[in-house]
Design a binder for this molecule. Structure first.
Ligand code: UTP
Length: 294
């Protein structure tokens, strides 16, 4: 049973300026909730109860969001707006939060390395703080990853999805080896942000990883790579070279990775979540239909 997860959320979010000048991108709204709220729900739904969020400069809002706001709860309870209290229900999730700061954004690999003591030798989940996995599957992606990992406890398991060839240079890309079944395959190699000519496939990492704690040893031996940052992909590559087995699980058709790290994908994500809003989605749909003369 995996009980621990790490959310790297210390990146500067420069592609989202000026939105992210004073506000963490992980707190940007998707519909009525901030992005990171959905990630916590996803982790809680698979039994995770200890979460380390790697934060940084200007990321205080994340800690405050998951803390209880006693004054707010009291004043709502004493007012005629008691029904609004249900929006704060998440404060009672059975999760213990831990925070640490990555003072210099030296890359995703370096952010993950900050979790070494927290993880303390157990397998753990990495969930990128700027990506939501939407799933309508009875057994959502993360659950399938955990089930597979349980059978291969000395390996690691990552989520993948197909991207356009012209987009491979934005992601860590996987070179597949043996197919295990329709959606799971063994990984031969990985490469961080390759050019389309050098890309071994169009299968990109999709923001969720289950790692064996041997990743910390690999991170210690990983030199700065693309962008001068310590790349998680490079540490994963080292693990594969040294004989650790790695597996990838593809997102299904009715699952989607929403990445709020760039404007184009943030806009798409916001529209999808707003349209899916139980209370306001219908009105928004009508508005768009009128606006676009559909
Ligand atoms: P990104 O590379 O997309 O985030 O990392 P970024 O560095 O904020 O992006 P730009 O280029 O400046 O716009 C994906 C995830 O890893 C975290 C980010 O917060 C994000 O959730 N991350 C990235 C860290 O925690 N530390 C880092 O040094 C880099």
């Amino acid at each position: 049973m995996i009980k621990k997860a790490v959310i790297p959320a210390a990146g500067l979010g420069t592609r989202m300026l000026p939105l992210t000048k004073v506000q963490p991108k992980e707190m940007l709204p998707l519909g009525s909730k901030p992005c990171i709220h959905y990630i916590i729900e996803e982790l809680a739904s698979v039994g995770v109860d200890q979460i380390l969020i790697v934060t940084g400069y200007k990321k205080r809002a994340i800690e405050d969001y998951f803390d209880r706001d006693i004054d707010l709860s009291r004043s709502l309870a004493a007012s005629d707006q008691k029904d609004l209290l249900e929006f704060l229900d998440y404060e009672n999730l059975n999760i213990q939060f831990f925070y640490t700061r990555q003072s210099l954004p030296k890359g995703l690999g370096d952010a993950v390395y900050h979790a070494k003591n927290f993880v303390n030798g157990e397998p753990f989940i990495i969930a990128l703080g700027d990506s939501v996995i939407y799933s309508r599957e009875e057994e959502p992606l993360l659950k399938r990853m955990i089930n597979f990992f349980d059978k291969k406890p000395n390996s690691f398991v990552v989520a993948t999805r197909h991207v356009e060839l012209s987009d491979v240079q934005k992601y860590g890309i996987v070179k597949p080896k043996n197919k295990i079944d329709e959606e799971i395959f063994e990984i031969e190699d990985v490469i961080e942000k390759p050019s389309p000519i050098n890309a071994p496939s169009t299968l990109a990492f999709a923001a969720r990883y289950i790692m064996h704690p041997n990743v910390f040893d690999a991170l210690e031996r990983t030199s700065p790579g693309k962008g001068g940052e310590i790349q998680l992909t490079d540490a994963i590559r080292l693990l594969l070279k040294e004989g650790t087995k790695g597996y990838a699980i593809n997102l299904r058709k009715n699952e989607k990775r929403y990445d709020i790290g760039n404007m184009a994908s943030f806009y798409e994500a916001f529209v999808d979540f707003a349209l899916a809003d139980e209370k306001y989605g219908y009105k928004l749909r009508q508005y768009i239909i009128n606006k676009l003369n559909l």
